[in-house]
Design a protein around this ligand. Structure first.
Ligand code: AMP
Ligand code: GLY
Length: 415
C-alpha cells in the first residue's frame, strides 16, 4: 500500500510513524515532509504542491490513500480533485472544509443545529461592525472569517482594541481575503480542551481529550503560538464534561452534518471551552491538531490505518479504539525568538532513537539535522500518571541540544 501525507510538521511526522507501523504500508510519500521523514525507512519526501499537482503525482505513483495534514489543501479542494480521479482522501471535501475555512459558516451551523457556542454576530460591512462595538459587552472577541494561519482571533479588553481589530481586519485587510467579513463574539472564560475525533459519515468517534498550551510563556503568558505543548488526557475533561460534550456538541454536530449533506470520512477536531455553565464549542478544525497529534497518537494502541479504513468503509465505533491507559506529555522545543523572528540552521544533537521525538522544523543537510522552523521538535513522555509523563518528557528534553533552544517548563502543570 502506498500512502501520501501532505504537510511537513510534527503532526505529519507522527502520522507517518503511526501509519508505517502497519506491515501492509510499503511506501509513505510526504509532501514535503521534513528531516525526520527523510530518514524513515518507508518514507520518501516529495515536493509540496497544489491539489492538482499532487493528484497527478498520486495517479502516476498509484497512491492508494492520501491523508492531508493541514487545512490549507482541504479548503483548496484536494478531496474533490482526488475524488474526481477516483482516488481516496481521508478528509472533507471543500464544502465541508468550510466548517474550518469560514468562522461565520461554522457559527451559523452551530446555531442552526443547537450546538452550544458563544453568542455572536457576523459583519460584512465594517461600518455596521463599528456601530455594534459601541454597545457590545466587553471583553469581546473579533475573528477574521477566513483562514489566517492561527492569527485571526483577537481578544479585545477595550472598545478601542476592538475598533482597531475591525479596522485592521476589514479596512486595512491585514489578513487579505480572510478578513472580508468578521465574527464578533462573546468572550468566554474557562479552561480549554481539544478533542480529536473521526467522522465516518454516519457518526463521530472521539479520541481521548487533550490540553494544548498555546502561549509562548510559562503560566499561559505572552504571544499566541501554534501550540507549545499538550497533555493527554485533559484533566479537566471529567466523565461529566465528556457527557456534556457528547450530548450538546458531538452528537448534534454529526446530525447537523448529515442533515446538510456534508458527509465525508475524516477528522473533526473540537476546540472547546469548559466553564461552570458547561462545555462550549469555540471552533471546528477538520484536521488533526499540532501538537495534539503528537500527544494523542502514542496513546492509541489500535492501528491507525485500520481506523481510517473503517471510517472510509463499514464504519467506525468507539469499541474499535483501544487506548494504552497511559498519560502523555508532549513538549515543544522551539527556536529562541519564536513566534517572532528566529535564526535557523543550528545543528540538533542528542536525539536518542529510543525516545519519542517528532520533528517539525528541521531539515537534513549532509547527514545532520539542522533547525529550519520556529517549532523545531516535540518530545513525548508516556507514563501511567500525568506527573511522571511530564518527568519523562523533560528528561528527554535535557538530552537534546541546539543553539538558542526554548521550551516552556510548565507543560502539564495544572494551576
Ligand atoms: P479559535 O481559532 O476560534 O479556536 O480561537 C483561537 C483561540 O482564541 C482559542 O483557542 C481561545 O484561546 C481563544 N478564543 C476564541 N474564541 C474565544 C471566546 N469566545 N472566548 C474566549 N476565548 C476565545
Ligand atoms: N494546536 C492547535 C491546532 O492545531 O490548531
Amino acid at each position: 500500500m502506498k500512502i501520501l501525507i501532505t504537510g511537513g510538521g510534527g503532526r505529519e511526522h507522527a502520522l507517518a510513524v503511526k501509519l508505517a507501523e502497519n506491515p501492509a504500508v510499503k511506501t509513505i510519500f510526504c509532501a514535503p515532509g521534513n528531516g525526520a521523514t527523510a530518514l524513515m525507512e518507508k518514507c520518501r519526501n516529495i515536493k509540496a504542491g497544489s491539489p492538482a499537482e499532487l493528484a497527478d503525482f498520486a495517479l502516476a505513483e498509484g497512491v492508494d490513500l492520501t491523508v492531508p495534514g493541514a487545512e490549507d489543501l482541504l479548503v483548496a479542494g484536494i478531496a474533490d480533485i482526488f475524488k474526481e480521479k477516483k482516488m481516496k482522501v481521508f478528509g472533507p471535501h471543500k464544502a465541508a472544509a468550510m466548517m474550518e475555512g469560514s468562522k461565520s459558516f461554522a457559527k451559523d451551523f452551530m446555531k442552526k443545529h443547537g450546538i452550544r457556542t458563544a453568542a455572536y454576530e457576523t459583519f460584512t460591512d465594517s461600518e455596521k461592525a463599528f456601530e455594534y462595538l459601541k454597545t457590545a459587552p466587553l471583553p469581546t472577541v473579533v475573528k477574521a472569517d477566513g483562514l489566517a494561519a492561527g492569527k485571526g482571533v483577537i481578544i479585545c479588553q477595550t472598545r478601542e482594541e476592538a475598533v482597531k481589530a475591525v479596522q485592521d481586519i476589514m479596512v486595512d485587510n491585514c489578513f487579505g481575503e480572510a478578513g472580508r467579513s468578521v465574527v464578533i463574539e462573546e468572550f468566554l472564560t474557562g479552561v480549554e480542551a481539544s478533542i480529536l475525533s473521526v467522522f465516518d459519515g454516519r457518526g463521530i468517534t472521539p479520541f481521548i481529550s487533550a490540553k494544548d498550551h498555546k502561549k509562548i510563556g510559562e503560566g499561559e503568558k505572552g504571544l499566541n503560538t501554534g501550540g507549545m505543548g499538550v497533555i493527554a488526557p485533559n484533566p479537566f475533561v471529567t466523565d461529566e464534561v465528556f457527557r456534556d460534550f457528547r450530548e450538546n456538541i458531538m452528537v448534534p454536530t454529526a446530525a447537523g452534518l448529515i442533515s446538510e449533506n456534508l458527509i465525508f470520512p475524516g477528522i473533526i477536531f473540537f476546540g472547546l471551552m469548559i466553564n461552570e455553565k458547561g462545555v462550549y464549542l469555540l471552533e471546528y478544525n477538520l484536521r488533526m491538531g499540532d501538537p495534539e497529534t503528537q500527544a494523542v497518537l502514542p496513546l492509541l494502541k489500535t492501528d491507525l490505518l485500520e481506523i481510517i479504513e473503517k471510517a472510509m468503509g463499514p464504519g467506525l465505533s468507539e469499541e474499535d479504539l483501544e487506548w494504552s491507559g497511559n498519560c502523555s506529555c508532549a513538549v515543544v522545543l522551539a527556536s529562541g525568538g519564536y513566534p517572532l523572528g528566529y535564526a535557523k540552521g543550528y545543528e540538533i544533537s542528542g536525539i536518542d532513537k529510543e525516545d519519542i521525538v517528532y520533528i517539525s522544523g528541521a531539515q537534513l543537510d549532509g547527514g545532520k539535522l539542522l533547525t529550519s522552523g520556529g517549532r523545531v521538535l516535540t518530545v513525548v513522555g508516556l507514563a501511567p500518571d500525568a506527573q511522571s509523563a511530564k518527568g519523562e518528557a523533560y528528561a528527554i528534553i535535557d538530552k537534546i541540544h541546539f543553539t538558542d533552544q526554548y521550551c516552556r517548563k510548565d507543560i502539564g502543570t495544572i494551576l
